[in-house]
Design a binder for this molecule. Structure first.
Ligand code: NAD
Length: 389
C-alpha cells in the first residue's frame, strides 16, 4: 500500500502491529523506526497499531513511540487490515494464543522470547505458523550484536578449532529484594521460568554456535516464595526459581555450563558467553558489548593470552549502516538490526531465527526445568516425547 505523498520509486509500506507497550514494545518500535536509517530496505515499515489493556497508557505509548493508533484488545490489532506483521511483546504465557490468531489471519509473526511459558504452548505456536505458511521470527536479538555475530562467524571459520567447552552465565538482581511486589514475572504460567526468561537467549547462542543440546542436569532454587500482590494486598505464591545452574551435553560431544540468576546482588543484566575449542578461546561479556576476547594457541608463544577485538569494524557482521568504529553499537541497535534483517527482503526471503528455533530452545529449557525438579540427568528428546501437547 503506497502513501499518496511517497516518491514514485519509494518501496511499498508494510504495516506493523505491536502487541504490548512495555519495555519490548518500546524496543521494537525503536527498531522499526530506525531500521530504514541504517539500511536500504525492500519496504517502509509503518507502525500502524499498538495494543494494551490500559487505554490511557497505551494511547500515551502510541504517541511516544510514533504509532498511528492504539487499541485496547490485541484481537482488534490482529484483525486490522493495515497490519501485515504482528509483533508480540507481551508476557510469555500470552504468546501462543496471539501467534495462533495472527497466523490464522494470514499475518506474519514476530514473537519475543521465550516462545511460550511451556513446551506444549510453544509447539502449538509453531504448528499454527506452519499450517498457515506465514513468515515467522523469534526475538533472539542478541544474535544481532556485532560482537556476538562475529563470535559465531569465527567459530564457523575454525578459529578456535573444535568447540569443547561452552559456558553461559546470566546474572541479574531483579528478584533480590523480597519487597518487590508480585507481578507476572513471578507466576510461571505467565512469565515462564527464569531458565526460560534469561536462559533462552543463552541456550539459543549455545545452539547457534556449538550445536544441538541433547542432555541436561540441573538444580534450581527459590529463596522468596511469596510476595505481596499490589492489587489485593494479599500474599501471592511465587513459583518461578530465583536461580538455576545446569550442565549441558551437546550432540558434538562438547559440554557446557549454564547459570541463570535473578538474585545476584549488584549484577544488573550481566551475561557472559565463552567457548573453549581445541585451538583457541572466544569470550563475550555483555558489559563490554563492543568487544570480543580471543586467544589462539597457534600464535607465537610470546603472544600467549587473550586479545581484545574491537567488534564494530565495518568488516564485522551486523555493523552495516552504523557509526564509524569507536563510537559504539549498543543494545538498541540489536532491535534495529533485527527489524532491518527481517525486512530487508520483505515479503521474500526466509526469516531466521524462526519460531521453530524458539521451540528447540524451549525444549532445552523444559528439560532443564524437569532435571532440576528430579535432580538428575535427562535426555532432551525423552523430555519432549513425554511433554503434554
Ligand atoms: N529480547 C530482550 O532483550 C527482552 C528483554 C526484556 C523482555 N523480553 C521479553 O519480552 C516480553 C515482554 O516483556 P517486557 O519486558 O516488555 O514486559 P513489560 O511488563 O514491560 O510489558 C508487558 C506488556 O504486555 C502487556 N500484557 C498483556 N497481557 C499481560 C498480562 N496478562 N500480564 C501482564 N502484562 C500483560 C502489558 O500491558 C505490557 O504492555 C517477554 O516475553 C519478555 O521475556 C525480551
Amino acid at each position: 500500500m503506497a502513501s499518496a505523498s511517497a516518491p514514485r520509486d519509494a518501496p511499498p509500506v508494510v504495516g506493523i502491529g505491536i502487541v504490548g507497550y512495555g519495555m519490548m514494545g518500546k524496543a521494537h518500535c525503536y527498531g522499526y523506526t530506525l531500521a530504514p536509517h541504517v539500511r536500504p530496505l525492500a519496504c517502509r515499515p509503518r507502525l500502524c497499531v499498538i495494543s494494551g489493556r490500559n487505554r490511557a497508557a497505551v494511547a500515551q505509548a502510541a504517541r511516544s513511540y510514533g504509532v498511528k493508533r492504539a487499541v485496547g484488545d490485541w484481537r482488534a490489532l490482529v484483525e486490522a487490515p493495515e497490519v501485515e506483521i504482528v509483533d508480540i511483546c507481551t508476557p510469555p504465557g500470552t504468546h501462543a494464543e496471539i501467534v495462533a490468531a495472527a497466523a490464522v489471519a494470514g499475518k506474519a509473526v514476530i514473537c519475543e522470547k521465550p516462545l511460550a511459558a511451556d513446551y506444549a504452548d510453544a509447539r502449538r505456536a509453531v504448528d499454527a505458523v506452519n499450517a498457515a505458511g506465514v513468515p515467522n521470527a523469534i526475538g533472539f536479538n542478541y544474535r544481532r550484536l556485532p560482537a556476538v555475530s562475529l563470535m559465531k562467524q569465527m567459530i564457523d571459520e575454525g578459529r578456535i578449532g573444535e568447540p569443547r567447552l561452552w559456558r553461559g552465565t546470566w546474572l541479574s538482581d531483579e528478584f533480590l529484594d523480597p519487597e518487590i511486589p508480585f507481578d507476572w514475572r513471578f507466576r510461571r504460567t505467565l512469565g515462564a521460568s527464569t531458565i526460560a526468561d534469561l536462559g533462552a537467549h543463552l541456550i539459543d547462542l549455545a545452539g547457534w554456535m556449538v550445536g544441538e543440546v541433547v542432555a541436561v542436569a540441573a538444580q534450581s532454587k527459590t529463596y522468596v516464595s511469596a510476595r505481596r500482590d499490589p492489587k489485593s494486598g494479599a500474599s501471592a505464591e511465587v513459583d518461578v526459581e530465583d536461580a538455576s545452574a545446569a550442565l549441558l551435553r551437546f550432540r558434538s560431544g562438547a559440554v557446557g555450563v549454564l547459570e541463570t540468576a535473578k538474585i545476584a546482588p549488584c549484577r544488573p543484566c550481566d551475561f557472559v558467553v565463552e567457548v573453549n575449542g581445541t585451538d583457541g578461546t572466544l569470550r563475550f561479556d555483555y558489559a563490554r558489548l563492543n568487544e570480543l576476547w580471543y586467544g589462539d594457541v597457534r600464535d607465537s608463544s610470546h603472544l600467549y593470552g587473550m586479545r581484545r577485538l574491537r567488534a564494530e569494524h565495518a568488516s564485522h557482521p551486523e555493523t552495516a549502516g552504523w557509526w564509524p568504529i569507536g563510537q559504539g553499537i549498543g543494545y538498541g541497535a540489536s532491535f534495529v538490526n533485527q527489524a532491518a534483517d527481517l525486512l530487508q527482503g520483505w515479503p521474500h526471503g526466509k526469516w531466521t531465527p524462526d519460531l521453530a528455533a524458539g521451540l528447540e530452545v524451549q525444549a532445552v529449557c523444559t528439560a532443564i526445568e524437569q532435571a532440576a525438579r528430579e535432580e538428575r540427568w535427562l535426555e532432551v528428546a525423552d523430555v519432549i516425547a513425554n511433554a503434554t501437547v
